[in-house]
Each structure stands twice: as C-alpha cells, then as structure tokens.
Write a protein that binds this ligand. Structure first.
Ligand code: PRT
Ligand code: ZN
Length: 291
C-alpha cells in the first residue's frame, strides 16, 4: 500500500473553511466522507486530519501529521515552549489578526516600561514573556485559557494581551490596544523529521502547489506596449514584478511589448503612471495558476 501524506487542518473555527479552500484550490479533491476525523483526497495520496487548532503543532511535531495549518500565534507560542516545534513553511495570507496589549482608558501607557510590575492576563504566556524580556520589563503574567478580555473587570489583571482583529471585543470591554506584540496570519507548518522518498516527493509537490496558489492570489499578468526608452521607468513602476519580458513589436524599432507578473495589487493609479511613462494598450489579467 502506498503511503499517504497527512495534513492537519482545523475542524471548525476561524481557519477551518479557508484552510480547506486552500487545499481545494491546489487542485486536491477532498471527499467529505462519513469519517469526521479524516477526509480523503481522491486524486492524490493525501489525507486531511480534522482537529482542534491547538493540537495541530503537537501532531505535526510528533509525526501524526506531516503538515498543518495554524495561526502564527499558535506556532509562536508553541516555539516559545522550546522543544520540538514544527517549522514554518510559508505564510498563507488569511486569518490575519494581531496579538496586542490592551488596557482600560485609565491606564497610562507610555511604552513597554509602563508594564513594569503590572499584571497582564493572556492565553499566550510564552510569546508575551519573550516580548517583555526583549524590552527588559518585569511584569506578572496571568495565564487564562479564554475570555481574557474580562480579566480587568474581574480585577484579575490590570491589562490584557489578546488576539485582535476588528477590535470590537476590546471596545465592548472598555479596553483599547496600546501595543502590538505579534502580527499573525495562517501559516503552513511541517515536522522536522526526514520523510521516506515517496512521501517526500508528495510533500514537495504539495508545498509547490500551495505555494502556487498563495503566490497567484492577488497576482496579475500585466501587458503593454511602450517606447524602448521608457523601459527603466516602467520597470520601476510595476508593483512587485521581477524582470519583465520584453519583445520587439513588428515594424517598430522604437517600441516594445512588455509582459510582467505583478505580485502586488495593480491599482488604477499604477496604470495612470504607466500611461504617463508612455505605455499604451495596457492590459491587466488575472492569473489562474502559477508554479
Ligand atoms: O476549536 P479550536 O480550538 O480549533 O478553535 P479556537 O477557538 O481555539 O480558535 P479560533 O477558531 O477562534 O481561531 C483560530 C485562529 O484564527 C487563531 O489562532 C488566530 O490565528 C486566528 N484569528 C483571526 C483569530 C481572530 N482573527 C480573532 N479575532 N482568533 C481569535 N480572534 C478572537 C479575538 O481574540 C476576539 O476575542 O475573536 C474575537 C473577536 O475579535 P475582534 O477583534 O474582531 O472583536
Ligand atoms: Zn483552539
């Protein structure tokens, strides 16, 4: 029997749908069978293990799964505990949030030193400790598993260190963010063990495909005609493009066709600047796949 690669994804929660979507965008057909714990991929030797996000780093570190998708916040907390942390393969561009220190309005915050001797409630004691140590701050960390935002009202702590996306939860609890400890997004992680050659090939192909999906998201293919003399200026305007492809135009020595893959958003302003530099017939096309 051939060996199957295992990818651990959050079963339900903020990352669940987008993680599965990413796998599907990579051309892997997921069969949502009766087995809630394990989904099979029908067109590749891969299984999807569906678990709680907190368990994913452990499963990947222990080899129960070969890859996983978690918030960078979860990976960072795990890494701060020292031993056997999985490695980050790539950032995935969704699940964005930030681990922030938030305080009631009455708290005077003038920088990390304002936290000296203060009690801080958090579910991320490791990441917070590292931040405090880096700033030479001695604060007392109160570890909580959830509902961190209520700690100041319960007099468990003066301030909190919690994940924030819109900030609505902080606001509803009379807190305001004063410091960012970690910017987070979903990341692909893998274990550090060597895999059998066959699994290793599968793993490389999986990483290539996921990388292709992530890179092509937001990327655009830009084409235009331009005076040869404007090439340096045009290359400088194209957002996040490597060296563009330049081809001659039939019957015209002074003008060329320029093709480029832009990794960043191409705005109307960009097109206007290209036009201003002498470009004409500018086309911006979506990219479906990239490798
Ligand atoms: O059941 P399981 O253990 O798998 O899930 P979970 O409840 O532990 O995690 P889940 O699904 O809530 O979050 C999974 C991951 O999503 C986190 O580890 C983060 O990487 C990421 N993420 C992105 C967030 C948020 N945005 C977020 N807003 N995780 C939590 N929140 C919390 C925030 O702390 C606040 O309490 O959501 C609340 C609303 O946030 P505001 O700022 O929009 O009000
Ligand atoms: Zn969790």
């Amino acid at each position: 029997m051939s060996q199957r690669l295992r990818i651990a994804l959050q079963k339900s929660g903020r990352l669940a749908d987008k993680s599965l979507e990413l796998v599907e965008s990579a051309g892997l057909r997921v069969v949502k069978g009766a087995n809630e714990l394990l989904y099979r991929i029908e067109n590749a030797p891969i299984d999807v293990l569906r678990v709680r996000d907190d368990d994913i780093p452990t499963f990947v570190a222990d080899g129960v799964a070969d890859f996983g998708i978690v918030g960078l916040n979860v990976l960072a907390e795990r890494s701060s505990e020292g031993e056997r942390a999985p490695e980050e393969v790539m950032r995935l561009g969704f699940g964005r949030c930030a681990l922030k220190i938030a305080a009631p309005e009455s708290f005077r915050y003038e920088g990390p030193h304002s936290l000296d001797g203060v009690r801080i409630a958090t579910s991320y004691p490791g990441v917070l400790r590292r931040f405090l140590d880096e700033h030479g701050v001695g604060a007392e960390i109160v570890k909580m598993r959830g509902a961190v935002e209520v700690a100041p009202r319960l007099k468990l702590s003066q301030v909190v260190c919690d994940l924030v996306s819109t900030g609505a939860t902080l606001e509803a609890n009379g807190l305001a963010a004063v410091e960012t400890v970690l910017e987070s997004e979903a990341v692909l992680i893998r274990g550090r063990r060597a895999l059998d050659p066959e699994l290793q090939r599968n793993a490389e192909s999986f990483v290539d495909r996921v990388g292709g999906v992530v890179a092509s998201r937001g990327a655009k293919y830009v084409m235009m005609n331009a005076p040869r003399s404007a090439l340096p200026q045009i290359s400088a305007i194209l957002p996040g493009a490597g060296a563009p492809t330049v081809t001659p135009l039939a019957g015209r020595d002074d003008a060329v066709a320029v093709h480029a893959v832009c990794q960043e958003s191409v705005f109307w302003e960009t097109l206007e600047r290209l036009k201003g530099a002498g470009a004409s017939a500018i086309l911006v096309l979506p990219i479906e796949k990239m490798m």
